[in-house]
Design a protein around this ligand. Structure first.
Ligand SMILES: Cc1cc2nc3c(=O)[nH]c(=O)nc-3n(C[C@H](O)[C@H](O)[C@H](O)COP(=O)(O)OP(=O)(O)OC[C@H]3O[C@@H](n4cnc5c(N)ncnc54)[C@H](O)[C@@H]3O)c2cc1C
Length: 422
C-alpha cells in the first residue's frame, strides 16, 4: 500500500492523459494513471491513426492550457462546411468568414496530441508527482468516507481521494464503481482512412448523407482529407477487402467530385458505433470522464470536444477547491462530485440528443423523411439566424459559457480563463 494519491485516473488515453497534464500544471497534486497498455507513451489504442475535428471552443481551451502552440503546425483549419444529401436537392453551407473567424474548427491526427502529451508529462514523472501503473487495470474498488481503496490486477493496492474513470466506452471499472449504463447499438460501423487528393482542399469540409450512411471528409494537412464513413457492418467489411484503387473508386462514387479527385488511401480502420451513456457522471469519490461517461456517434465530430469540457469542468472545480480550502468543499467529497454532475449533465444531455437525432434522421431512407430533411437543409441554408445557431453549435463556444455560468450559480465562481496558461 502506497501513500494516498490525490487523484487516480484509470485510462491514460486521450481524455485521461489530457486530464493528468492539466491537473499537474496546477499546484502540488499527486496524480497516478492506471493504463492497461504497456507502451511507455500515452496509450497507442487511444492515440491511433484517427483524426478529429476540434471546435473553436476546444482550440481556445488548448491555447489556455499552453498546448495549442505545440499542436498548431499539425492541424488544418476548416474554412467551410457543406452538408448535403446524395441525390437530393437539400444542401447547407457554412463559412468561417461569415462569422469573422479564420476557421470553424481545426482537424488534427490524434497521434500528434499523444506525442505532445507524452513529452509534456515526462518531467512530472521524473519529479515523482505522476506515477504510471502499466500495464495494469483495476480489479476492485472499495469506497470509504475519505478515500477510495483500489485493488490493481498486478496485486498492488492504492488509494486516492478522487478516482477518475477514463477507460473509454467499454470501461470495466465503471461497473465496478456501481454506475448504470444505457447502451444503444446503431448497427453501423465507421470506416476511417486518410485520403490523398490531386489538388488542394482549401479548407473545405463535407458531410454527405448517402443511402449507405453519412460520409464526412475533413481537411487535413498535406493535401489530405480525413474520411469518416458510416456504413452497415457488412458493407464496411467489404470495403476493407478492396485494394486501394477499387476502394478509392467506391469512395469517389459515393462522395462525388465536389470534394476533389481522390488519389491515395492510407490505412483503413473500423469502429463499431454504439451510443453509451452512464446514468450519472459522479458517485462517492469517483467521476466518469470522456467516453466512459458518453460514447457518441462520430457523425457530428463532438466526442472529444465534449471530453475536453469534462476536463475543463473538473479542473475548474480543483482550482476552486484549492482556492477556498473550505472544509465543506474538498477533493472528491459530496459537494465536489455533485458540482461535477451538475456541470456536466446539461451539456452532455443536449449533445447526446442532438447527435442521436442527426444519426436517425440521416440514416433513414424513407422517401418522406428524405423529403423533410432536404426541406430542412434548404430552409437552413436560407435562414441566417438558424445557420448562425448551427455554426455556433459547431464552434462549441456556448457550452463553455454555460459551464462558467453554472459554476457561478453553484456559488463557485469561475476563475478567469485567460489566467489559466501553463
Ligand atoms: C471514427 C471516429 C471519429 C471521431 N471523430 C471525432 C471528431 O472529429 N471530434 C471529436 O471531438 N471526437 C471524435 N471522436 C471521438 C473521440 O475519438 C473520443 O471522444 C475519444 O477517443 C475519447 O477518449 P477517451 O480517452 O475517453 O477514450 P479512449 O480513447 O477509448 O481511451 C481509453 C483509454 O483507457 C485505456 N483502458 C481501457 N480499459 C482500461 C482498463 N480497464 N484499465 C486501464 N486502462 C484502460 C485504453 O487503453 C485507452 O488508453 C471520434 C471517434 C471515432 C471512433
Amino acid at each position: 500500500m502506497t501513500e494516498p494519491f490525490d487523484i487516480l485516473i484509470s485510462g491514460g488515453g486521450m481524455a485521461g492523459a489530457m486530464l493528468a497534464h492539466q491537473l499537474l500544471q496546477r499546484g502540488s497534486l499527486k496524480v497516478a494513471v492506471v493504463e492497461q497498455q504497456a507502451d511507455a507513451s500515452p496509450s497507442k489504442s487511444s492515440f491511433d491513426s484517427r483524426s478529429i475535428a476540434l471546435s473553436e471552443g476546444s482550440i481556445g481551451l488548448l491555447k489556455n492550457w499552453g498546448l495549442w502552440p505545440l499542436l498548431a503546425s499539425y492541424a488544418s483549419p476548416i474554412k467551410t462546411i457543406t452538408v448535403s444529401d446524395q441525390g437530393h436537392f437539400g444542401k447547407t453551407y457554412l463559412q468561417s468568414s461569415d462569422y469573422q473567424l479564420d476557421a470553424l474548427g481545426q482537424v488534427i491526427e490524434v497521434e500528434h496530441i499523444g506525442a505532445v502529451l507524452h513529452q509534456r508529462l515526462q518531467p512530472f514523472e521524473a519529479q515523482g508527482r505522476l506515477v504510471w501503473f502499466r500495464p495494469d487495470a483495476i480489479s476492485a474498488i472499495t469506497p470509504s468516507l475519505d478515500l477510495q481503496q483500489v485493488q490493481l490486477k498486478s496485486g498492488l493496492s492504492v488509494s486516492c481521494r478522487l478516482l477518475v474513470i477514463a477507460e473509454g466506452g467499454a470501461s470495466p471499472s465503471r461497473e465496478l464503481a456501481g454506475f448504470a449504463l444505457q447502451s444503444d447499438d446503431y448497427g453501423q460501423t465507421a470506416l476511417i482512412a486518410n485520403i490523398g487528393l490531386q489538388g488542394p482542399h482549401q479548407g473545405k469540409a463535407f458531410e454527405r448523407f448517402t443511402p449507405t450512411g453519412p460520409l464526412a471528409l475533413l481537411p487535413l494537412t498535406q493535401q489530405r482529407y480525413s474520411l469518416v464513413w458510416t456504413l452497415a457492418p457488412e458493407r464496411a467489411a467489404q470495403l476493407m477487402q478492396l485494394n486501394e484503387a477499387d476502394f478509392l473508386a467506391e469512395l469517389q462514387k459515393e462522395g462525388g467530385y465536389r470534394a476533389g479527385v481522390f488519389q491515395k488511401a492510407g490505412a483503413r480502420a473500423l469502429y463499431p458505433l454504439v451510443l453509451r451513456r452512464a446514468s450519472e457522471a459522479a458517485r462517492h469519490r469517483v467521476v466518469l470522464l470522456g467516453n466512459s461517461l458518453h460514447n457518441l456517434h462520430p457523425i457530428a465530430g463532438q466526442g472529444f470536444n465534449l471530453a475536453l469540457r469534462d476536463i475543463y469542468s473538473l479542473v475548474l472545480l480543483v482550482q476552486r477547491m484549492q482556492a477556498t480550502q473550505a472544509k465543506s468543499f474538498q477533493l472528491g467529497d459530496y459537494a465536489f462530485t455533485r458540482a461535477y454532475q451538475q456541470l456536466r449533465e446539461p451539456d452532455m444531455q443536449q449533445l447526446i440528443l442532438y447527435t442521436d437525432a442527426l444519426v436517425r434522421l440521416f440514416s433513414n431512407s424513407s422517401r418522406l423523411i428524405a423529403f423533410g430533411r432536404n426541406l430542412g437543409l434548404s430552409g437552413l441554408n436560407n435562414c441566417s439566424a438558424l445557420k448562425s445557431q448551427l455554426a455556433h453549435f459547431a464552434m462549441g463556444l456556448t457550452p463553455l459559457r454555460h459551464i462558467e455560468q453554472r459554476l457561478q450559480q453553484l456559488g463557485l465562481a469561475a476563475p478567469v480563463r485567460q489566467s489559466e496558461g501553463a
